[in-house]
Each structure stands twice: as structure tokens, then as C-alpha cells.
Write a protein that binds this ligand. Sequence first.
Ligand code: ADP
Ligand code: F6P
Length: 337
Amino acid sequence: MKRIGILTSGGDSQGMNNAIRAVTRTAIAGGMTVMGIRNGYQGLIEGDIEELQLRSVSNILDRGGTFLQTARCLEFKEEAGVLKAVKTCKDFGIEGLVVIGGDGSFRGAKDMSAHGIPTVAMPGTIDNDIACSEYTIGFDTAVNVAMEAADKLRDTSASHHRCSVIEVMGRNAGWVAVDVGISAGATYVLVPEVPFTLDEVITKIKRGEEAGKKNFMIVASEGVFMDSKKNKNYPYLSGLGLTSATKFARVLEELTGVESRATILGHIQRGGSPTARDRYIATEMGCRCANLLMEGKSNRVVVIKENKIIDLDIVEALNMTKEFDMERYLLANTIGI
Ligand code: ADP
Ligand code: F6P
């Protein structure tokens, strides 16, 4: 193998730049040339590609986002799109591919491998919701960004004896909410995976007041308010008309008498300089991806298992399931009394 390509796909996450840098430098050190593909699979279909030199990836390791940019490419989900992408690889002499993204992107990587382009993938998403890996790059930075925002909200809610309802990202997963809840000291953490009742939240606030607590913090995953199969709370919450953090805060205020404000942190959590943890895991994973291709491997995904970086067959990886960490959830909801 003489030339490989690299792309980032799906939602961006902090650490993607570190991974691109690691792949590029490892591959160049191994005697290969590296082609940077812009805008994920879209760029692969369109041939939006440029060679990356050692210095192309200088001074990006402290930047969030992905300098190759990313996309959600519907065309690639169809066979015709994959065939166009394969043709681009042939035209550009790309003999192997590294894909950084979530499980949708892994499915694309599997398709490229099946069409004769050896492909390896690694997990990049702030949600930490990829079944085959204990960790996904971007998660630690996103949690830190949200924790810092929650600390600031605590300052003002403490001054006003208020309850702050903070909506964090996680369309289908409560991992961000749980870690933000633990690290920022939430009174209650709400996640799509675990059913809760409004009464439970109100009782906790009232008990807190009786014990002298003056300000409160509810950390909720956005997924709690969304209609999805993974959200175990949707039928109950929508029945009460509680389909947003703002509505939830209003009802909490009515029922507890504690003035409440909602803050939706949104995409701010997907930005910012990656933490050391995201930088070194992304670097190690990127390096492993490049090495796998140089060893002639294909259809592999680089993941973390029992705190070690390993690689798995993509098909096997896509069939895995990940248990929600109930211990961590219970810790989050017992410590905030
Ligand atoms: P993520 O990779 O973060 O889960 P998406 O689900 O949006 O994000 O997937 C990213 C891209 O991967 C999609 O825009 C599409 O190009 C490709 N992709 C997603 N699902 C599939 C699939 N089932 N088969 C092939 N490619 C897919
Ligand atoms: O999957 C990562 C994620 O940030 C989710 O937490 C969030 O629901 C979604 O992406 C937002 O996607 P978009 O960038 O399309 O708004």
C-alpha cells in the first residue's frame, strides 16, 4: 500500500484533528502518502481531496472541530454513492481509507471494505454512545465544556435561590448528562435510558429545601424531551406536555415554588480545545488506524475495551450493544442531595 485517504464523517467532535494528525504522520513515517478528503463521504464521492504533508497537520492539535470538515451524506447510503466513492479512490490512487466518526460512518467504512477498499475506522462523537467502544473521542471535552457552563449557572442560581434546568447534548444517550451531573453537582440527572417521574424530582427539591438547600440544578439530556425508541420517558413526559427543558422548568417552578430557569447548552458542547484525554486517545487511535492499514488489515474498527486500545472486525463491532452505566447514573442521583 502506497497511498491512503482519511476523512471525518457525521457530527464533528473534539479530538478529530488530533486523530487526523496522528494518521498522517504515522503513515508518512511508514513511507506512504496521505490524502485528506474534505466533507466526509461527500468529498469522497466528489473527489474533494488534497495531499496532506507533515506540515499540513501542524498547529491543529489544540483546535476543536475537524479541519477536513465533515458532512452527513445521504447519497453515500445508496450503492450508487458507494460505487462513486470507490471510483474516486481508484482515480486518486487511494488504496486504503481511515474513517473517523460514529456508527453511521462505520457502516460506510464496512461498505468501502466490502467494495475492495481496505478501510479502518475509529469512534469520534461527543455522545460516547458507540456500542463497541468504552470511549469516543470528544466526550471528555464536551463534558468539560458543559461542566464549566453548569458551574457558571450555579453562580447565578445560588445568588437568586433558583433552580437551573440545564439541557445537555445526547439525542439517544445520557452519558454526557451523567458525567456533567456528577462533576457539577446536579440535584437530579434526567436521561432517556432511565424512567423517572416528575414527583421524584419535586420530592427531591422539597427535601433539599427542608435540609436548607437554596439552589438546585437539574441536568437533562436533550434526548429526554425527544420522541425516540431509546427515550423511555417520552410517552410520560409528552402526556404532561413536557416536551422541552423550558416547559419542564416552568412546571417545576409551579409545583415547587422555586423560581426556575432553563438553559440549553446546544452546539457549544461540540466546540473548544480538546482536553488532554481526548488528544492522547485520538492520537493513539489514529496511530493504530494507520498501522492497521500498513499491516494490510481491512474492515477493522479501533476501540477502547477495558481501558486498552484494541481493534475489532467492523461487522462484529456494529452488532454489539452497550449497557447504560446505571452505577454512574445512581451515583449522580444520590450524591446531589
Ligand atoms: P455518525 O457517523 O456520527 O453516526 P451519521 O449517522 O450521520 O453519523 O452517519 C454519517 C455518514 O455515514 C452519513 O451521512 C452517511 O454518509 C454514512 N452512513 C450512515 N449510515 C450509513 C449506512 N447505513 N450505510 C452506509 N453509510 C452510512
Ligand atoms: O451525535 C452528536 C450530537 O452532537 C448529538 O448529541 C446531537 O443530538 C446531534 O449530534 C446534533 O446534531 P446536529 O449537528 O445535526 O445538530
